[in-house]
Ligand binder design. Structure first.
Ligand code: FAD
Length: 331
């Protein structure tokens, strides 16, 4: 589109609070906007976005579009993509950033199709090409074994960013910005799909993606029972339990505990892997951990190349000893 300018981020505000993915996108968008000397706008979608616009400004937005319609109260792909298309057409941005969470995986390709442009999916990092001013997006390829740098040739350039790859900026209550009401027309009868039921995930304890300490188990645990020991260890440490895909595919733990390329991306301070080999697809979801501690009986396991600390040994001996030490230290 001619004269396209500015960075547009799409976000939402469940229960009136700016979503953490929106804060991460604002952090990425702020760095692009500063590099280009352009404005950073966030479009907040919902029936009522409450105080979220002020939160968005505190987290880096220059301008907030409060995109409201009663049909946007709950996530619906058809209504959301219609609202996003309207915003994109009217605001004519050069770059659009979308979170690649469950919703973004549906919305980003649909929006790109409707706008007739390309999409950089599953990006880990975005930057600006200093010579052309165009967006450069880093995304994993070959199952996470390599990173490709992608540039979109059409405008708007759209990138879907993997959650937890950008730290939100510290909220600065002194920042100022414009909040613009942007009611959209959406005909509910246009929807091609109908939401039959919404089942909220039963959160027990700390959410995996929010935990500062994560203990994950793999195929080498041999069955579902040992996960109760990992849960005990995670409870002692105030953390959460994750798993490799092998453990999930074996039916030992639910899919929402999977870490990796096709699971969750986590960035805890401490990541303890138990009987996990460290395949690239697993590491794609945890390589942002500040410190990895690996427990594996195979000294040649790939995980030891990625770990800061490693214990070569049988988990059945190491985990009880580790729990005993943690108990002693925390009593
Ligand atoms: P294994 O590779 O079998 O490793 C088990 C480890 O346990 C071994 O290193 C062994 O030495 C150790 N061990 C065995 N017994 C003991 C013991 N008693 N004590 C200590 N150590 C022991 N994987 C993911 O995890 N997440 C993903 O999101 C994901 N996405 C994928 C996407 C694609 C497209 C593909 C092709 C693959 C994906 N995978 C993913 C699968 C991945 O390639 C590996 O197969 C998987 O991560 C292996 O899981 P694991 O480490 O638990 O099992």
């Amino acid at each position: 589109m001619a004269d396209a300018t500015g960075i547009l981020v799409f976000g939402d505000a469940p229960e009136g609070q700016l979503a953490s993915t929106a804060q991460e996108l604002l952090s990425a968008g702020r760095s692009l906007a500063d590099s280009l000397g352009q404005e950073l706008t966030i479009a907040l979608l919902g029936a009522d976005v409450a105080d979220a616009p002020q939160q968005a400004i505190a987290h880096g937005a220059d301008k907030v579009l409060a995109v409201t319609n009663p049909t946007l109260a709950e996530y619906h792909p058809d209504h959301y993509v219609t609202a996003m298309q309207t915003v994109a057409n009217e605001s004519n941005p050069g770059i659009i950033l979308i979170a690649r969470n469950n919703e973004g995986r549906e919305l980003a390709p649909r929006l790109a199709f409707r706008l007739g442009v390309g999409l950089a999916q599953d990006c880990l990092e975005v930057s600006v090409d200093a010579s052309t001013g165009r967006l450069l997006a880093n995304r994993p390829v070959y199952g996470g074994s390599a990173v490709a740098v992608v540039s979109c040739t059409q405008t708007p350039q759209i990138a879907a960013l993997r959650p937890k790859t950008y730290e939100p900026l510290d909220a600065d209550a002194a920042r100022t910005g414009n909040v613009i009401a942007f009611p959209v027309d959406i005909d509910p009868s246009d929807a091609k799909t109908r939401v039959v039921d919404v089942v909220k995930e039963q959160a027990v304890g700390i959410k995996l993606e929010d935990a500062r300490i994560v203990v994950s188990g793999g195929r080498g645990l041999g069955g579902p029972e040992p996960f109760s020991q990992l849960e005990e260890l995670a409870n002692l440490l105030g953390g959460a339990v994750g798993a490799s895909r092998a453990a999930v595919d074996s039916g030992w733990v639910p899919a929402n505990q999977q870490v990796g390329l096709t699971g969750k991306t986590i960035t805890p301070d401490l990541y303890i892997t138990v009987a996990i080999s460290g395949a690239s697809q697993h590491m794609a979801g945890c390589s942002g951990s500040k410190a990895i501690v690996a427990i594996n009986r195979d000294a040649d396991a790939n995980i030891f190349k990625e770990a800061r600390y490693g214990v070569v040994g049988d988990w059945e001996k190491v985990i009880p000893a580790l729990m005993e030490t943690v108990r002693e230290l925390t009593q």
